[in-house]
Design a protein around this ligand. Sequence first.
Ligand SMILES: [Zn+2]
Length: 479
Amino acid sequence: MFMPNTKETAVTKRDEALAKIDDYFDSGHFEKELARRISYKTESNLTGCETVLASYLEDEMIPYLVELDFECETYPNPRQDAGPFLVARRNESDDLPTVMTYGHGDVVAGYDGQWDNDMNPWAITKRDNRWYGRGTADNKGQHTINLAALRSVLETRERLGFNVILLIEMGEERGSPGLKDFCAKHKHLFQADVFIASDGPRIHPDKPTIFMGSRGVFNFIMQLNVHDGGHHSGNWGGLLTNPGVVMANAIASMIDKNGKILVDGWRNTNIPSSVRSAIAKLEVGEGENAPQINPVWGEPDMTPGERVFASNTFEVRAFETGNPKSPANAIPPSAVVYGHLRYVVGTKVDQLMPLLRAHLDRHGFQDIEIISERDPMYATRLDPDHPWTQWAIASLNKTNGENISVLPNLGGSLPNDVFADVLGLPTIWVPHSYAGCSQHAPNEHILEGTTRSALRLMTGLWWDLGSGNAPKHAKNVSQ
Ligand SMILES: [Zn+2]
């Protein structure tokens, strides 16, 4: 007996917007748009790139955005040696929610000539399920997806139902010079209810993912200079301190052989229950070319997922004494360790150096000098139970048809503190790439299936943002 199910057969306007974005992809328009953006050699790490960095905004992004009724303004970078910022706004009504979104138009060096099959980094080459080209994954593909999804909603609904503030920077691959100062100085430009943007990898190419922050990273150097030069070990061995041995003992005092941190105050074992239960649903350490994980490495009494997403981890990145390339029979003059700590929200980053100093002094390593390598990247994390997180999860699940993966924060680091701390916004990232995308090497690529699904997810998300059931304005909540 045939029973029509009106609920399932009725095509909603949301479905129409999704069909429109499928068509945009299937008809080759996405490829055309992305190829045009990939052709700009926006290698921000190379000197002489200033003209093309500005041109990406002026000649590519602004004409596209003006057509969608954005008001566009470019601003010089407060750092004279760095690329400009584009701020584009589309305002429908002050009563509607406002989303801030973000992308970066710069890429790392193209490494022309080093790609497989002599592929051109500045064009799209399709092979099987992969689309190769510099910036396809990081970040031109990702902001192209998000803006195309926005346009699909606009064309279907004839309005968005929300306001948008878009920031595009041209220096992310250089560590976002000037971004923090620019946002701090122009806070009034970024009054929004929520931040939603895309960069970085999904947890697995087939598993749509959101993350709400990232671990921070604190880089430092430990240096021990004992002698002016090397001394013959036959004449002096037994009489002179070996700095390599002292340094090895210092490291051993800081971390045990299973990766447990021993420096007082450096561990962070406090995991909020909402974060713990989000992590429990994730599978970690999977994927193409993934190395074998060590189940007993790191913070004891934690799961592997908790260790990488919710604990602090210390690494010796490099350690040198003497001349490893040509070892002499000598006592080396010095030893150096390049270390770093990845850390989660709740860790007092300005205490990390003093705590290490106190630890080394207490263990008799007063002669080891500690040098902070550069400004730390700060840790951020929005609670998985936050109303905006829950709203985003529901929307993405609705489009995806099954549960998406929720990372409270990335294990890696990104400048999310600018948006979360300086601008005070709830931050939600929907990454469209995957860990094997070679984003900073030759052969950068996106996956066709992942990209098509990302276009749908973002169309659904923007649609739902304008449907009137998004969480209340932050402005109203705080009053
Ligand atoms: Zn990058």
